[in-house]
Design a binder for this molecule. Structure first.
Ligand SMILES: Cc1cc2nc3c(=O)[nH]c(=O)nc-3n(C[C@H](O)[C@H](O)[C@H](O)COP(=O)(O)OP(=O)(O)OC[C@H]3O[C@@H](n4cnc5c(N)ncnc54)[C@H](O)[C@@H]3O)c2cc1C
Length: 304
């Protein structure tokens, strides 16, 4: 475990850790690089009394500017490491599937590249989604007909009440962009996951990823500083279309703008701030409520 505080030379503001390039200075950054580091967490938190937030790849976050009253925990175990082959998924019926184990810190693009090279299928819809495995689990990330939770067979989690635990499918609940531990409301860390993936031809998996990536890059501002979709899609409807109908596409202020390419992406053009982003978000919600009668809910997580 490494603890960096505001005086440490390697300590960076959240603006350097988030894809939206926004966010000020947490009290400290706690890096968990090995499974054994999690055992050191309870005494540390008790001693320091920190309020905490869990930071993955920072690709779904809008963090406040200035000094922030919480510490950030970064689960980095598994970062830069290949997943481990656990064996065949004996519960699979009708198709050959394998189980793989990977740590929360593994970057999703690296996981997808590893799967593509081995013809392991299931995650193709997540091509072009930044972030780490832990964040993808916590958000139940998904696109193009795929989402993470249905592939999950086992999860090692840390929670303040339970410590480090290995749980199976009855230990969590998941739905559209939502994941929670069953019966717990407190924060938790997804530490390590076992995923079930179908065995296919590598060229088939690569072709499917290429198709999804082409679709994504032609409809979303993937190279801009964004945090993905700002709002959740309401049932049977697209938040982007509602924002477009409300005239929010291209609307900007204070360095922030709803993308001309996809109205549900808020872009930090240059020198934006969390305050400007929250202002635009409030305006968008009000206009959509007025034009369509829909109350948009946030998909990105706001740390303010
Ligand atoms: C260009 C772009 C395209 C995107 N496209 C998509 C898309 O198609 N589909 C989609 O679903 N999302 C998309 N996103 C949003 C984002 O990439 C996903 O939600 C991603 O899974 C978040 O992972 P992260 O590691 O960056 O999490 P973070 O942004 O760091 O955190 C997100 C939330 O997860 C929690 N969290 C992070 N790690 C852990 C952990 N180990 N344990 C417990 N909680 C944790 C955080 O506390 C926070 O509440 C996109 C984002 C961008 C910038």
């Amino acid at each position: 475990m490494k603890i960096l505080d505001r005086r440490s030379p390697a300590f960076l503001p959240l603006a350097r850790r988030t894809t939206l390039r926004l966010g000020g200075f947490p009290l400290a950054e706690i890096r968990l690089e090995y499974p054994a580091d999690y055992d050191l967490l309870p005494p540390l938190l008790e001693r320091e009394g920190f309020d905490v937030r869990i930071l993955g790849g920072g690709s779904n976050l809008l963090a406040d500017d200035g000094n922030l009253p919480f510490a950030v925990i970064r689960p980095l175990n598994g970062m830069g490491q290949s997943p481990e082959h656990v064996g065949p998924d004996l519960r699979a019926c009708g198709e050959e599937r394998v189980l793989i184990r990977a740590g929360a810190g593994l970057r999703m693009p690296a996981l997808l590249a590893w799967c593509a090279a081995r013809g392991l299928s299931g995650l193709e819809g997540l091509v072009g989604v930044p972030g780490r495995l832990g964040g993808a689990i916590a958000m139940n990330a998904g696109a193009y007909g795929c989402s993470l939770a249905p592939l999950l067979r086992e999860l090692t989690v840390f929670s303040p009440a339970g410590g480090l635990l290995r749980i199976g499918k009855d230990g969590w609940t998941a739905s559209y962009r939502h994941f929670a531990l069953a019966g717990e409301n407190d924060w938790f860390i997804a530490v390590e996951a076992v995923l079930s993936l179908a065995v296919k031809n590598p060229s088939e998996v690569r072709a499917h990823m290429a198709e999804n990536l082409a679709r994504k890059t032609s409809t979303q501002p993937v190279a801009a500083h964004t945090a993905g979709c700002v709002f959740r899609n309401p049932p049977k409807c697209s938040a982007g279309k509602l924002l477009d109908d409300a005239g929010m596409k291209g609307v900007g202020r204070g360095g922030m703008r709803f993308s001309d390419m996809h109205a549900n992406f808020l872009v930090n053009e240059d020198g934006g701030s969390c305050a400007a982003a929250l202002d635009l978000i409030a305006e968008a919600r009000e206009k959509v409520a007025r034009t369509s009668g829909v109350n948009l809910e946030m998909e990105i997580k706001v740390w303010s």
